[in-house]
Design a protein around this ligand. Structure first.
Ligand code: BMA
Length: 344
């Protein structure tokens, strides 16, 4: 650990002592790096990580790693689990990245939301799977520039809801969109804005793992990107959204809660990055196992507690409209006047 950490902040996520949990050295075939893994708990209670694996071309694919306790004893697929298919899906010509997994009880399958990368830029694609061996691709659902997407596990007002992060000349903010069938999307709404100026989450934010459903609402761990003279710093903040109207942000933290501190987070192919794409909950239903990419090079685990996260946000967060320094010209009516989700 860096000797410069102040140590006076409340610690909400604890790094596992076996970090980094998974690195390129663990892989059964030639790879450059493994990071930004989606995560889910399988019916037998074991943990599946769908790891982003980068080859020496710089292109990424996904490879599944399974473990009984989510910590060690990983069994890694001997070959790529989901590989770009540019012939049928030209949007994947430069690879597929950053998967987020949601189990959908109504469909009895998992939906993987991922970044498909091509000449057009990064877009959001969806694929369905029951077993993480075969996948049904739905193709691009959000055209470039868009990424950092995850599906909510059930319909809201009769419609599926996708959280994602389009980028425009005005910045990179978090949006929600709705669909009757996972293929046609509309009712797009801005739900969380990047702040500006000196803020740790100025200009660019994005969803990290899929939102966590708690009694108080959808708890979102999001990443904020600070641009500095020596590159970007990726850190994590918290926001809470209304359970029935997930476009309505109830609270947002002012400060980040987790950032690059350990040497494997500080230094790698891209320095100073912590980037979770997945979590699982422990048997107590409260312990969060947060799996995160470290410096675009390896995979770490940090554990927290949903109740403590929620209580901390209650004490330290505030409604976004109370933030007078964000978006002074108020580009977002959705932030101050939340609208109901479309009716079925
Ligand atoms: C983001 C994403 C992540 C990556 C991060 C840091 O834009 O592309 O995949 O981990 O940058 O390089």
């Amino acid at each position: 650990m860096t000797p410069y950490v102040n140590g006076m902040h409340e610690i909400l996520f604890h790094r596992h002592r076996r970090n980094p949990l998974l690195t390129a050295a663990d892989w059964p075939y030639a790879v450059n790096s493994v990071f930004n893994a989606g995560a889910t708990q399988l019916p037998d209670g074991s943990t599946l990580l769908l790891c982003r694996v980068e080859d020496r071309r710089g292109h990424s694919h996904f490879c599944a790693a399974r473990s009984k306790n989510g910590i060690d004893g990983w069994e890694i697929d001997r070959a790529p689990t989901l590989y770009p298919d540019p012939k049928n899906h030209p949007e994947e010509i430069w690879g597929i990245e950053d998967p987020r997994i949601t189990f959908i009880p109504e469909l009895g399958c998992y939906v993987v939301a991922y970044t498909s990368y091509s000449r057009g830029g990064p877009g959001v694609s969806l694929a369905l799977t029951r077993d993480f061996h075969t996948f049904e691709r739905l193709g691009v659902v959000m055209p470039p520039d868009d990424k950092d997407a995850a599906l909510l596990p059930r319909r809201i007002g009769g419609h599926w809801a996708l959280i994602h992060r389009p980028t425009t000349a005005l910045g990179a903010h978090i949006w929600i969109s709705y669909s009757p069938d996972l293929r046609h999307w509309g009712s797009h709404k801005l739900i969380l804005e990047a702040r500006r100026g000196a803020w740790w989450d100025a200009n660019k934010i994005g969803l990290s793992p899929p939102p966590i459903e708690i009694p108080e609402g959808w708890l979102m761990i999001y990443h904020g990107v600070r641009q500095t003279a020596s590159g970007c710093i990726y850190r994590l903040g918290l926001a809470l959204f209304d359970l029935h109207t997930p476009e309505r942000c109830l609270r947002r933290s002012d400060t980040w809660i987790f950032g690059p501190e350990a040497p494997y987070e500080r230094e790698g192919d891209v320095n100073n990055v912590v980037f979770p794409c997945g979590y699982t909950l422990g048997p107590d239903g409260e312990t969060v196992f947060l799996y995160y990419g470290c410096a675009d090079t390896c995979i770490g685990l940090a554990t927290g507690n949903v109740r403590k996260l929620s209580e901390w946000l209650e004490r330290n967060g505030r409604p976004p409209e109370a933030d007078s320094t964000a978006a002074p010209e108020s580009t977002s009516h959705a932030l101050s006047e939340p609208q109901a989700a479309p009716e079925s």
